[in-house]
Design a protein around this ligand. Structure first.
Ligand code: ADP
Ligand code: UDP
Length: 233
């Protein structure tokens, strides 16, 4: 059990993993399954923002408008919600879904929360497949329309330097998220099992060849190497 989540969260007993991927790649679907299987407390920053946008709080209108435009909510707001949720859960084993989306998110989390992820999953899926999935998602989300999805795809490219960074420090696992839900989960299961056996740090990213996907599957901005100022290793 978590003992003390102090103001800056710099608590060594807290474990965090990040699950990243484009809109509709299956983050929420897979995160729910991983959390259930391995006992993580699952927080989706998108869900936290959607809840906050309906709360009538002073930030809610800004959050709602930003999400409607398919843009990213500033890091400080997202982290405030995440910190509150983590603290209130009383737990210490977290799966964070949909965050960090850019280097600024990553830096802010490191500075304000002070916890580095044990490992990071990136669900890789083509825009064609993600578009089809999102248009069928049917969860009443007002950002699941072609115009906003297109903007979200554009905004989601800011995650490339983040995954490049986690790749460079050997924390990244690329997952082929175009397979069926069960097949994707099987690949993730293997990675999580390795990790629970404390050997994940020794194995290379297993599910996909990072270079193949990173250099051929993404647009040119993916090739820009940007590393946060400090070593998060
Ligand atoms: N591997 C998959 N194959 C087919 N459909 C999927 C798969 N994973 C998720 N879906 C469906 O695609 C939609 C988007 O998945 P979701 O988990 O909500 O994505 P994200 O959280 O990344 O936006 C949902 O309707 C979900 O049921
Ligand atoms: O850390 C986050 C998570 C979500 N969002 C906003 O919430 C929307 C929906 O995010 P979610 O993860 O729910 O869905 P996705 O677009 O990844 O399928 C995004 O388009 C952003 O506007 C954000 O700004 N920061």
């Amino acid at each position: 059990m978590m003992t003390d989540l102090n103001e800056d969260f710099s608590n060594e007993n807290i474990t965090v993993i990040f699950v990243l991927g484009g809109p509709g790649s299956g983050k929420s679907t897979q995160s729910t399954k991983i959390a259930q299987q391995f006992g993580f407390t699952h927080f989706s920053t998108g869900d936290l923002l959607r809840e906050e946008s309906k709360s009538g709080s002073e930030d809610s209108v800004m959050i709602q408008k930003t999400m409607e435009k398919g843009e990213h909510v500033p890091s400080t707001f997202v982290i405030k919600l995440l910190q509150r949720a983590m603290k209130e859960s009383g737990k210490n084993f977290f799966l964070i879904d949909g965050f960090p989306r850019n280097l600024e998110n990553l830096d802010a989390f490191s500075t304000l929360v002070g916890i580095e992820p044990k490992f990071v999953l990136y669900l890789y899926c083509s825009e064609e497949v993600m578009m089809q999935r999102l248009l069928k998602r049917n969860q009443g989300r007002n950002d699941d329309n072609i115009a906003t999805i297109t903007k979200r795809f554009e905004a989601s490219k800011s995650v490339y330097p983040v995954i490049q960074f986690y790749h460079s420090i050997k924390k990244l696992h690329m997952i082929d998220a175009e397979k069926s839900v069960d097949e994707v989960f099987e690949d993730i299961n293997t990675i999580c099992h390795h990790w629970t056996n404390d050997s994940v740090k020794l194995i290379a990213p297993v599910a996909m060849n990072f270079n193949t996907i990173f250099h051929h599957g993404m647009n040119d901005s993916a090739k820009v190497v940007t590393t946060p100022h400090h070593d998060l290793g």
